[in-house]
Ligand binder design. Structure first.
Ligand SMILES: Cc1cc2nc3c(=O)[nH]c(=O)nc-3n(C[C@H](O)[C@H](O)[C@H](O)COP(=O)(O)O)c2cc1C
Length: 203
């Protein structure tokens, strides 16, 4: 079948399949401070790494101008903690629409851990976290140029935290970290098995 994203048959496809098609997506658990010092934490699965070292760049995108975007705009820094299977329920709790000034950390029973190079903390207990400085916020628009109230945030990773329990033979082992990914609908995935393929010479 084919369908148009703006006019799908809701009898055939009662729930939008697109986020299950472009999946699994990593979850950036974004933490940022406002200019007034309010602390925010919320999960973003429109999140990815766009560039590798020496200039690693991450992206996340907000549907509507949510606190994560406005806080990052105000103070220019954020952290992306990676969430594990053990912390999945707490991660979900931090997506609650709390009033500005009420911290999702306390709401979800989470603690902060200090960052090294930026002011916003990371989530204590998360298997890995990226400390980022803001590069740009872009308001997205559609094919006609109409603004669509989506905001794409790019940040440069200036420091990386890895919990040593996730290091196996000098590698970050995601089966040890049990990082989770978003799969559309209410579904998530955790990676239990990896396989390797060597790239062609020169690749
Ligand atoms: C797993 C998961 C992934 C999410 N991904 C996004 C996303 O990529 N973009 C977005 O705008 N909202 C996303 N949300 C919803 C936000 O986390 C939610 O709206 C949150 O309250 C935003 O908080 P903030 O206003 O404090 O930034 C996601 C929620 C969950 C549970």
């Amino acid at each position: 079948m084919h369908y148009r994203p703006d006019a799908r048959d809701k009898d055939l496809l009662p729930h939008d399949p697109l986020k299950a098609i472009v999946a699994p997506r990593p979850i950036g658990w974004i933490s940022a401070l406002s200019a007034a010092g309010d602390l925010n934490l919320s999960p973003y699965s429109f999140f990815n790494l766009l560039s590798s070292p020496p200039t690693p760049i991450v992206v996340f995108s907000s549907e509507g101008r949510k606190d994560a975007v406005s806080f990052v705009e105000e103070t220019g820094e954020f952290t992306c903690s990676l969430t594990s299977y053990d912390m999945a329920q707490q991660m979900s709790l931090t997506s609650a629409p709390l009033p500005r000034g009420q911290s999702e950390y306390a709401f979800a029973g989470l603690e902060t851990a200090p960052s090294e190079m930026v002011r916003p903390p990371r989530v204590k207990g998360a298997p890995a976290a990226l400390e980022c400085k803001l590069l740009s916020v872009t308001a997205l628009h559609d094919l006609t140029g109409k603004p669509i109230d989506r905001y794409m945030v790019l940040g440069q990773v200036v420091s990386v935290f890895i919990d040593e329990r996730c290091l196996v033979d000098g590698r970050f082992d995601m089966t040890a970290a049990r990082t989770i990914a978003r799969c559309g609908y209410s579904d998530y995935a955790v990676v239990d098995t990896l396989f390797s393929i060597q790239r062609p010479p020169g690749g």
